[in-house]
Design a protein around this ligand. Structure first.
Ligand SMILES: Cc1cc2nc3c(=O)[nH]c(=O)nc-3n(C[C@H](O)[C@H](O)[C@H](O)COP(=O)(O)O)c2cc1C
Length: 386
């Protein structure tokens, strides 16, 4: 079973992750993992914090001479900002006053977390609730991608909309994905990109924030990952939970999603054809998953992100001590998290696909995984062509 845990706080010394269950014998290219981290970091709409950090992952264990050993993989990402915060955050030292948060921000974990854990300082909550945690999850997804690429599975993502600026790409070819990689908004369409920049700038000028939509596409996923046999084995269950676990994501659609609810069945379901290379579809409204099982088409997911809760022109709130109405506290903050979240989302989707992949083909060593995979693909091809 492939699983991970992570720990760390926004202004703590570092984030750490532990991956358990990665087979032995996989070559890890740390540059690819760090490229993902830099994609997450260097996008438009981020705040001053990202100018301080220079995220890169250090592997602590489970990899020897670039090859996984089968042991738990320990990962670490340091927080450079810790130097400025250590007196306020030190796990064992005296805590210096001055960074308390007693006025919770609407939309953040501040109030619910203080009520749940019994604190009158939301600092104890927001340090862990912060989406800086997605840096370590991006690195963990990057390790999963090292497994997936051995089987030519690729997970990509792009920003579909920010505020009212919506991109409707009709052709997601190589040029489109190159545009995404070259774009500071991770949007493949230059015209919409300009409109997205002005949406972010407009929000920033008025002390506000803005949300948007991200699309994630997983390519070359074999038919047969996930299962209809139990609710928690369904691939759509796992993928939607993983996407929803990313801070700010408030909606997840697979394939046609909510639009399918308005249409007739004949307009939604992807008809089945058979040709020289087996079964095929002319449409992919199902988004690559039927009955909780991958069907061999691209897996297509869309996620809606709410606007960031920390506003420079803060909303009404209440002081936890005086119970008097005041404006919410302001923390240093991003204006738009959507481009960064698009990178996080492809990492968490890659992770979940790797989990389902090893559930089906898992072994202690990558050669065992390859044997199981090759054997299955042979049988799949036979079933398709007989
Ligand atoms: C990549 C990323 C960066 C974020 N940056 C900020 C930020 O700078 N300030 C902020 O208030 N919220 C930020 N958020 C959103 C909050 O972390 C999130 O709204 C909060 O933890 C509450 O969780 P929820 O929105 O899932 O309910 C960010 C989210 C993501 C995905």
């Amino acid at each position: 079973m492939l699983r991970f845990l992570d720990a760390g706080e926004s202004h703590g010394r570092c984030y750490v992750g532990i991956i358990d269950g990665m087979p032995a014998g996989i070559e890890i290219n740390i540059e690819s993992v760090n490229k993902l981290l830099s994609e997450r970091q260097n996008v438009y709409g981020r705040g001053k914090r990202m100018e301080i950090e220079n995220d890169s992952a250090t592997i602590l264990s489970g990899v020897r001479g670039k090859i996984t050993t089968g042991g738990p993989i320990g990962l670490m990402i340091e927080n450079r900002d810790y130097e400025n915060w250590k007196e306020y955050i030190d796990p064992l030292g005296e805590i210096k006053e001055g960074k308390e948060v007693t006025v919770p921000r609407p939309g953040h974990a501040d109030l619910a977390g203080m009520l749940k854990f019994g604190f009158d300082d939301a600092r104890n909550i927001l340090e862990r609730a912060s989406a800086r945690e997605t840096a370590i999850r991006t690195a963990i997804g990057g390790i999963a991608m090292e497994l997936l690429k051995l089987f030519h599975i690729e997970v990509k993502s792009h920003v579909v909309s920010i505020g009212h600026a919506v991109s409707v790409p009709d052709n997601m070819d190589e040029a489109f994905w190159n545009n995404v990689d070259a774009s500071l908004l991770r949007c493949g369409d230059r015209e919409t990109e300009k409109k997205m920049i002005s949406e972010i700038d407009k929000a920033k000028e008025s002390g506000d924030t803005v949300g948007g939509v991200v699309r994630i596409v997983a390519m070359n996923v074999p038919a047969g990952l996930g299962s209809h046999t139990m609710w928690d084995k369904r691939l759509d269950t796992r993928l939607s939970a993983a996407c929803m676990s990313v801070q700010s994501v408030k909606g997840v659609e697979i394939g046609m999603g909510f639009e399918a609810a308005k249409r007739y069945g004949s307009e939604v379901h992807d008809e089945i054809f058979h040709g020289e290379s087996g079964f095929y579809r002319k449409t992919n409204n199902a988004g690559g998953i039927e009955g909780g099982i991958s069907n061999g088409e691209n897996i297509v997911i869309r996620c809606a992100l709410k606007p960031i809760p920390t506003l420079l022109r803060p909303l009404n709130s209440v002081d936890i001590h005086t119970k008097m109405p005041v404006r919410a506290q302001v923390e240093r903050s991003d204006v738009c998290a959507v481009p960064a979240a698009s990178v996080v989302l492809k990492a968490v989707v890659a992770w979940e696909i790797a989990v389902a992949f090893l559930d089906k083909f898992g072994g202690d060593n990558i050669d065992e995984v390859k044997n199981a995979y090759d054997h299955y693909i042979k049988r799949l091809n036979l079933t398709q062509l007989q």
